[in-house]
Structure formats: C-alpha cells, structure tokens
Design a binder for this molecule. Structure first.
Ligand code: G6P
Length: 611
C-alpha cells in the first residue's frame, strides 16, 4: 500500500532510476505518483507529481544524485495532484507510506496553510517545526536549519539535529509510517519506520531505500532491514542507523537475498498475473522444500497450546479456511479461522497457551500485523507463513515458515496462495506426526505428485481451452460459484479472483447452501461454476441446471450436467490447490476480454499496510 523508493548515489541519474524503481513498486498503489530530486545545486529540491499510473510515464529528469519517489494508494484526501506525494513544507520534503491516525489534532495547531488534505503533509510540517525549534533551543549557529538567512551548514551537526527532530515528530504519530525525507541544505536522505516496511539496498557507491526489494534488485541484492522504531541517514555508499527509542547507533548485517531481477520481471508474458499463474509449475514444489525438523518445530507450537487461531486477509484468508479443513482432516485439530479485521472480539481468548498463525504473502498486512502484535503482548505463540522472509510478520513470529514463491507482483494473489496451501497441508501432516496419526512424508508425497500434475497440466492448450470459455462468459453481468469441503473456500477464492480483475459480480456459496436463498437469483442462462464432481455437488449442480443455469464444471471427471468442463487432475487430499488454478486462468482471461489490466485492478493495492 503505497510504494516508496529513494536513491543516494554518485551519478546524475537519480531521477531516472527512481522513476524506473517506482514502476516496479506500482503494484503497491497506482492512484498517483511523484518524485523529488535534489538538483545538483544542493539547496534546490525539484518535485514532479501527477495523477495516474507511473507505468505510462517516460520522461527525463534534471541531473541529480539523490532522489526519492512515491506511488500512492489514496487514504486521506482524494486522488489529486495536490494530494500526491512528495509534500514540501518549509525546508522538509517528504514521502510517507502508512497512516497518521491522529493527524487532524496536530494539524489544527498550525496557522500555516496546507496545500493538501493528506495526513502526510502534517508529518512534513511537524518535522519542519521541530527542526526549527531544536535549532533555536541549541542556539544553532546554522541559520539555514533554523529557517533564517543564509549560511554554511555543518553537516554532522545537522544530521544530529534532524535525527532529534524525527524522534520528536514520530512521538506524535499514532499509526504506521515509513518516511523518506530531504532537508534543504543537508546532504543525504533520512528515513524512519514503524509498522510500514523499509529495506535498504547496499550498492557500491550508492544506497537505495525501498518499500520492497524489486525496486532496486537491478543494482544490488545486498540488503539491510530497517526495523520498527529505527531511522537511518544515507548518503552515497554510507548509512548511519539509529534506534529511535534508545537513540543507540546500530550496526546492520548485510544480507544477500536469493531473488533475481528476472523473477520480478514479466519476461515473455504480457502480464504478471499470467506469468505468476504459470510459475505454479514449480512454486508448489518449492513451498514444500522445508525439512522435517523445521516443520516439526512449527507444529510443536500448536502441540503445546490449547487453542489455535489462523488470522489472514483477502486471498490468504481463503487459504486459512482451507487450512482449517486440512487440520480437521489430517491431524484432527480444531483451529479457528478469523479474518484479521474481525479478531478484536476474540482476542479475549488469547493467552500464553494460544497459538496464533498468520498467513500472508507480504507479511506486512496491517490488520494481521496488529493482531500479532497484540497477541505477542499476551505471550501467545506466533507462527507466520509468509512469502517475504524479511517481512515484519516473519521477524515478529516465534517460528517463520517461508512459502518460497518468489516475488509476486500482480495484485491478485495466485502462486502465493497455492504455495500457502501446500505449506499449510504439510504443516497439518507435521501436526499429525506429532500426534502419532500420520507422517510428514505422506503429505509430502501427495504434494510432490500434485506439483508434478500441475507442471504437466499447465500448458498453452489448457490455457486456450479456458480462454475459450472466458470468451463466452465475459459479457455476463453476474456469475455463481459453488464448492464443498475444501472446494468451498476455493469457491470463495474464485469469486475474489473474478471480481477483482474482471469486475464481474461473482457470488460464491457452499454447494449445499445455495438452495437456502441464493438460488432465487438463478435465471435462464445464469453461469454457475461448479467446483468438484462428487455426487452431492453434482446433485446441487442439477438443482441449478433445472432452474436454467449454465454449468461450468471444474472437476476431475466430466458429467452430463456440465455445459462446459474444465478438467482438473485428481490430487488426492490436495485437490483445492489444483482446482483453483483453472479459475485463476479464467479470471485472467475474463479481464483481458473486458479490456482491463489484470495486474492493477481499480481501487486495490497489493500490500495493505493501513487499517
Ligand atoms: C490485498 C491484496 C490481496 C491479498 C490481501 C492480503 O487485499 O489485494 O491479494 O490477498 O491483501 O495480503 P497478504 O500480503 O497479507 O497476503
């Protein structure tokens, strides 16, 4: 949710590089974009901002060695040029990812005019005021910083003052933030975070700061992770870290991430979504590449607890629902699945004997993160399944299992979802092994064979068959999906996929529930996707058909009730994983036939770091 990216280097290409890097973060928000650069003359910051997607922009920037930018998903204030970041207030230029919840209280203390309606501009204003106040208190002899007259700035002293001012500013912020800051006359870029991600990329003579690694992967895969309540100053190859609470200087370890630039590129595919769907040929095998010891360590958290919750949002929540079936079926454990935003009422049941499992692609989703933070305070055991190993959730958890899907760029989650399911399946087997019911290897074999089947089936002919069905369906105004057992949450997931990329209202129900109300909506020709071909589901499909519905079966075997049939291989207990893939392909092609960009659906963002 909002992408931010900064470069401090030695060549004059900072503006161009920030533009290119921001394009790679656009999946985080695409309402507007903006770039601030320090024109070679140090005192001049140039800001360029526009409404709309940055991917369509191709332009030259004046020579600059330091620049930063922002790709926005609007929260406070509409989608206007004024509300686009960066914001300049006095000597401070700032971009912000997050939400300053109490900004109005602070804003009213200013008499100055604000140019935008954003919470972020208030952070810039507070910082500017605090810098001036600290300079006055310290009887600062550097008038540039105090906001009076001209003069030379002692850069070391200035850095200290700005660190002090950042600390004083963030003390006022309730909510989450990752900020990047220029201060007129002062070298370098300042950054700070609490709750929203920030990662530094360490190049030879240049340093990058970004919300996510793909922004700078072209230049370096050596990273430093900024933790909550830390700030940093960077200038060319230098970086100075400080803890905002203890005010200690921190030394960071350089970490090499295994991602390659091409993994975060579309390659020969027209969109990330279809590329990522096809990557499921090998991501599922990668997801289960954990040794028994790791899995047992994770499952032991459950063993010693007397209550377990899985919290997640969006697609990951549908994965969590599938996991609930897996635990029930495989290890005989009852887990409670709650959308993270609905957890507050249930948190009274969380204590030191509770296991809280987070499932999240990004590992940053604010609703999930907040449940984990509160649960941790109550000494609950935390297990996180995420795709981003360095994510906030991964670092907060007692045990983290990586799903190893590689960067997922399309807003609609596909490969991450199936990898999460595979790992949850294996975890249920690890739980079963501890309970003496089954063995991890039984689960691993089922998943290996599922991965092999998916590898064989995902081919252009299969895609073409589904594309033909999409051609017939794309003008429809509504669509139904049903499934039973683990295919019920997959029906819900199929509905999310279709809605979010094709904007066709898609309604999903447990197969047996349809006749308790929704069947009233079925008319002659209404398309209904039926996941599965077991006897009961077929009987539900027949009820639909006799009311005029057109049935698209997604199943291991054909049935006469199906008007169209999309074959799915028989994958034993892991059927949900195989069954969701054809619907992902269908959703993608529905979007294409409707002339939409499936990678960037309207109003959405990939990583929702605000509540
Ligand atoms: C957003 C995305 C969804 C995703 C959800 C949870 O809404 O658009 O695709 O499922 O966030 O994200 P997470 O990173 O926690 O899996």
């Amino acid at each position: 949710m909002c992408g931010i990216f900064a470069i401090s280097g030695t060549d004059d290409q900072a503006g161009q590089k920030v533009l290119a890097g921001l394009k790679k973060l656009e999946y985080r928000g695409y309402d507007s974009w903006g770039i601030a650069l320090k024109y070679r003359e140090k005192n001049e910051v140039i800001i360029k901002k526009e409404v709309g997607k940055i991917s369509n922009i191709d332009q030259e920037f004046p020579p600059a060695q330091e620049a930063f930018g922002h790709s926005r998903w609007a929260t406070h204030g509409g989608v206007t040029k004024e509300n686009a970041h960066p914001h300049k207030f006095g000597k401070v230029t700032l971009v912000h990812n997050g939400i300053f919840e109490n900004y109005l209280e602070e804003k009213k203390l200013f008499t100055e005019k604000f140019l935008s309606e954003t919470d972020s501009e208030v952070i810039a204003a507070l910082l500017d005021k605090n810098i001036a106040e600290i300079c006055t208190q310290k009887q600062c002899i550097f008038p540039l910083l105090a906001g009076e007259g001209e003069g030379e700035v002692d850069q070391e002293f200035a850095k200290k003052i700005i660190f002090d001012a950042i600390v004083k500013t963030v003390e006022k912020i309730e909510g989450r933030f990752a900020i990047l800051v220029f201060v007129d006359g002062v070298d370098g870029i300042f950054a700070a975070r609490r709750g929203s991600p920030l990662i530094l990329g360490r190049g030879k003579n240049e340093t990058f700061i970004a919300s996510d690694i793909p922004a700078f992967l072209k230049y370096t895969n050596v990273v430093n992770y900024l933790d909550d309540d830390e700030m940093v100053w960077v200038h060319q190859g230098e970086a100075v870290y400080q803890n905002m609470k203890s005010r200690e200087i921190i030394q960071k370890r350089d970490i090499e991430v295994p991602w390659k630039e091409e993994q975060a590129e579309k390659g020969d595919f027209p969109h990330f979504m279809i590329k990522e769907i096809f990557e499921q040929k090998d991501t599922i095998a990668r997801a289960i590449n954990h040794d028994d010891e790791e899995l047992l360590k994770a499952a032991k958290l459950l063993e010693n607890c007397n209550g377990a919750y899985i919290v997640a949002c969006g697609t990951a929540h549908k994965v969590a629902m599938v996991a609930e079936y897996y635990f029930a079926r495989i290890s005989g454990r009852k887990v409670n699945v709650v959308p993270a935003s609905e957890m507050p009422d249930f948190e009274r049941f969380i204590n030191e004997k509770t296991a809280v499992i987070a499932i999240s692609q990004s590992g940053e989703t604010a609703d999930v993160m907040e449940v984990l933070e509160r649960s941790k305070k109550k000494s609950a055991k935390i297990l996180a399944l995420t795709n981003v190993e360095s994510s906030s959730m991964a670092r907060l958890a007692d045990v983290h299992l990586a799903i190893n899907a590689g960067p997922e760029k399309a807003v609609a989650s596909t490969k991450a979802a199936t990898s999460q399911m595979a790992l949850a399946f294996l975890l249920a087997y690890a739980d079963a092994e501890i309970r003496g019911i089954s063995k991890i290897n039984v689960g691993r074999e089922i998943l290996r064979s599922t991965a092999g089947i998916i590898n064989d089936n995902l081919n252009p002919r299969y895609e073409e068959h589904i594309r033909e069905i999409a051609r017939k369906l794309f003008p429809e105004e509504k669509l139904f999906i049903i499934g039973r057992g683990t295919l019920y949450p997959m029906a819900l997931e199929a509905a999310i996929k279709i809605q979010e990329v094709s904007y066709i209202p898609a309604l999903a129900f447990a197969a047996g529930e349809l006749k308790h109300g929704p069947i009233a909506l079925i008319e002659n020709g209404t398309p209904c996707i039926v996941l599965g071909s077991d006897l009961e589901t077929i009987s539900n499909a027949t009820e639909l058909k006799s009311r005029g519905a057109r049935i698209i079966g997604v199943a291991t075997k054909n049935d006469e009730v199906f008007d169209e049939w999309i074959r799915v291989a028989d994958c034993d207990g892991a059927q949900a994983i195989a069954s969701v893939i054809p619907v992902q392909i269908l959703a993608y092609h529905l979007a294409i036939f409707r002339g939409l960009d499936p990678d960037m659906p309207r109003n959405l963002a990939k990583s929702v770091t605000v509540k």
